[in-house]
Write a protein that binds this ligand. Structure first.
Ligand SMILES: Nc1ncnc2c1ncn2[C@@H]1O[C@H](COS(=O)(=O)NC(=O)C[C@H](N)c2ccccc2)[C@@H](O)[C@H]1O
Length: 533
């Protein structure tokens, strides 16, 4: 396949760029000398990569990949944190017609092996400083750095069978942690990702002067959203290395030294900052935006964040990896006292959320809970090599099943407000049965965080010895708060919840365990809980 060079016509203003690399590096959107990536790996040291330098590195890597004779459509495992070279490499894979599979350097060897057995990659790529050594043949291995690509083990050369790149080709595959069973490979085409980026950029969340801190690992598509938001806005990406995200002082130092204007991350990145470094956070006077996604932001912590950053625009971004995301809604500032749920707004321009009830009928009335189904040009192509899971998730359009159009069945519950906005109401699988009664775990968690001494809470079902489930809760005390003991907390819940929704056991924790993507790790809580008495 000819290397994907933008022909002069491609780069003329106004031409649609539907390949990931063309869309994000469109010169019409940014000036060559503007900073594309700003890094600060250690105190006092800041490195800037301009758009011209990034584009040149993409060209160098793409030429290196092309010389390896890998068949277009082949998969490449990209093991890296979010760095300037890694961003250049994913764009180079896009340009070379290769599907990149991002994995973090912390990925356990067995999980990397499982991913490789599933996608059968032609090549494993890591940074010059990468530590991975045991990638098995015939997978080729290579390293990349500021000076280009170096090959350790050449990949198998295969004649190209695709002559023309199509926007429906897979741009990347993200492996979800998989709430149930085996991790699934979410396949996203160029067309889907670029359609999503277009919808997102219509919200004007960032401009060319912005410096957007990305705190998620590259294997989490939140990082790909941040890269698209920054480069798509002609702004700068400020990647925060994962080891620094976990330490408030380091995180705040990077934000300060890079002049970050926006911080994008899952809610849990703020927990320790709010508890241990509120004043240093409040002193970041360039910080004017926060965007979060992945799970609900505990309201007491969101209020505290607003108090410390009163001028910041806080955006609640909702969505699933199967469409990257789907809505962007400003959090009201300040949050009304009475609020029970955060609005997730409506889908980004070009997409639409529907609510469907248990019979498959579309719900139009406000205030009625249904499952969110997403109509969108940004839907994933399917789960890699898993038709059954794909069929269960890409379902016929409930408004017109005969049409052959598919929508994304999200597994999320929501209800519609008076103005058509949606309110997230938990996941279908977070509706659990306790003593024969249906319990919405988010409702128990909400009640626990209404206690002034609590800042976050997670409720999970635990098995009872004789069968059935009991309710357990894990609560993080607010700094300086007075939570009392578990009995007092149970009593507090009993004031508004029916007996079967009052957690039988409550444990106080200094911090909630999180998954590699930064979400509360419910499986770890369940595994660590004492067996039922
Ligand atoms: N703002 C939310 N409030 C509440 N529950 C939420 C929210 N955003 C997701 N979720 C939950 O997380 C699920 C999706 O999980 S996921 O597939 O691992 N993907 C993600 O979490 C990240 C997602 N791809 C993304 C990436 C970048 C920006 C936004 C969203 C959703 O179905 C929701 O249940």
């Amino acid at each position: 396949m000819s290397q994907q060079q933008p022909t002069p016509a491609d780069t003329a203003g106004g031409v649609r760029h539907d390949f990931l690399h063309d869309f994000l590096l469109d010169p019409a959107r940014h000036s060559p000398g503007a900073p594309a990536v700003i890094e600060s790996p250690q105190a006092g040291h800041t490195a800037v990569t301009t758009y011209a330098e990034l584009t040149a590195l993409v060209g160098e890597y793409a030429a290196g990949l092309h010389a390896l004779g890998i068949e277009p459509g082949a998969r490449v495992i990209l093991e890296a944190d979010t760095t300037a070279p890694a961003i250049a490499m994913l764009l180079a894979c896009s340009r070379a017609g290769l599907t990149f599979v991002p994995v973090s350097p912390e990925t356990p060897y067995r999980r990397l092996e499982s991913i490789a057995e599933t996608v059968r990659p032609a090549l494993h790529l890591q940074e010059l400083t990468g530590q991975r050594t045991d990638v098995r043949p015939p997978v080729g291995t290579a390293r990349f750095g500021p000076d280009g690509l170096t090959v350790d083990r050449a990949p198998v050369r295969r004649p190209p069978r695709r002559g023309t790149p199509c926007v429906t080709d897979p741009a990347y595959i993200i492996f979800t942690s998989g709430t149930t069973g085996r991790p699934k490979g979410v396949v996203m085409s160029h067309r889907a990702v670029v359609a999503f980026y277009r919808g997102m950029l219509a919200h004007r969340i960032a401009g060319p002067e912005d410096r957007i801190a990305s705190t998620s690992p590259l294997q989490f598509d939140f990082s790909l959203l941040n890269i698209g938001l920054a480069l798509g806005s002609g702004a700068s990406v400020v990647p925060v290395p994962p080891p620094l995200v976990r330490w408030p002082r380091h995180l705040l130092r990077v934000l300060r030294e890079t002049g970050a204007t926006q911080v994008n991350g899952v809610p849990s990145i703020w927990r320790q900052v709010l508890r241990h470094e509120p004043r240093r956070l409040a002193a970041l006077d360039r910080l004017r935006g926060v965007l979060f996604c992945g799970e609900e932001f505990p309201l007491p912590e969101l209020r505290r964040l607003q108090e410390l950053l009163p001028a910041a625009r806080i955006v609640n971004c909702y969505g699933a990896t199967e469409s990257m995301a789907c809505s962007f809604e400003d959090v009201p500032s300040p949050l009304p006292e009475s609020i029970e749920r955060l609005s997730i707004g409506t889908a980004h321009p070009g997409a639409e959320m529907l609510l469907v009830d248990g019979t498959g009928a579309v719900i139009d009335a406000p205030g009625v809970v249904g499952e969110i189904h997403l109509r969108s040009p940004a839907l994933f192509s399917g789960y890699w090599d898993d038709r059954e899971a794909t069929r269960a998730t890409l379902v016929p359009d409930p408004l017109c099943p005969q049409s052959g159009q598919y929508v994304l069945r999200t597994g999320d519950l929501a209800l519609r407000g008076p103005d058509g906005e949606f309110y997230f109401a938990g996941r279908i699988d977070s509706q659990v049965q306790i003593n024969g009664n249906r319990v919405e775990l988010a409702e128990v968690e909400r009640r626990l965080t209404e206690h002034p001494g609590a800042t976050a809470a997670t409720a999970i079902p635990l098995p009872l010895p004789g069968g059935g489930q009991r309710l357990a809760a894990f609560v993080v005390p607010a700094a300086g708060g007075d939570l009392g003991d578990a009995g007092a907390l149970r009593e507090f819940c009993a004031q508004t919840l029916p007996p079967y929704m009052v957690p039988q056991e409550i444990r106080l924790l200094d911090r909630l365990p999180t998954t590699a993507n930064g979400k509360v790790d419910r499986a770890a809580l369940a595994a660590g809980a004492e067996p039922a008495a």
